[in-house]
Design a protein around this ligand. Structure first.
Ligand code: GLN
Length: 189
């Protein structure tokens, strides 16, 4: 049984849960999804992989650093201690990985610029160069990328990979293609 932790701080959480369940079905894999709200939730579980949804990184930082949760520092510590464990971070989640703002090393080595395509009205859908349906919602943009390139949109980097850790500026959980969620599960094997 593979255990997938999902950060329930804010944002597109339930679509990620649906997407990972769909991916597990496609792979005929048995998984358990554990909802993480506090540092204790993480300490009480051994998770094999982590989903870090999108939403608003400012809200996630506030909630995740609040004394009642402390989930964010616990997640960063887990990632640094378990360097090869699979992580899928999307949009605001990618911002948190590239710019953890906790005085420690970034979790992916890339510059990132919040809301770089504009506001809500500038959200868009566009097929990535690999054919994946990219849904970009108040998306950030990578600047200088020092880790591996995971995927591009018309040549521009929209996904960064460090080993099994993937940071995407779009929302794979909102389309029908569960490729990225399958990738997370396959990396657990
Ligand atoms: N604009 C958001 C931020 O800065 C990210 C948007 C998203 O996750 N869809 O955190």
């Amino acid at each position: 049984m593979v255990v997938i932790g999902i950060a329930m701080l804010q944002g597109a959480r339930h679509a990620h849960i649906d997407a990972i369940q769909r991916a597990a079905k496609e792979l005929a894999m048995e998984i358990e999804v554990v909802e993480l709200r506090t540092a204790e939730d993480l300490q009480q579980q051994t998770i094999d992989a982590l989903l870090l949804p999108g939403g608003e990184s400012t809200v996630m930082r506030l909630r995740g650093n609040d004394q009642t949760s402390r989930l964010l520092p616990a997640l960063f510590a887990w990632m640094r201690e378990n360097d090869s464990r699979p992580v899928l971070a999307t949009c605001a989640g990618a911002i948190l990985l590239a710019d953890p703002q906790d005085g420690g090393e970034p979790l992916v080595d890339a510059d990132i610029d919040r809301n770089a395509y504009g506001g809500q009205a500038d959200s868009f859908e566009s097929e990535l160069d690999c054919g994946f349906p990219g849904i970009f919602i108040r998306a950030p943009r990578f600047g200088d990328v020092r880790d591996e390139v995971e995927c591009t949109l018309s040549g521009e980097i929209v996904g960064v990979r460090r080993g099994n850790r993937i940071a995407l500026t779009f929302h794979p959980e909102l389309g029908n293609d569960s490729r990225y969620h399958r990738m997370l599960l396959e990396a657990c094997a």
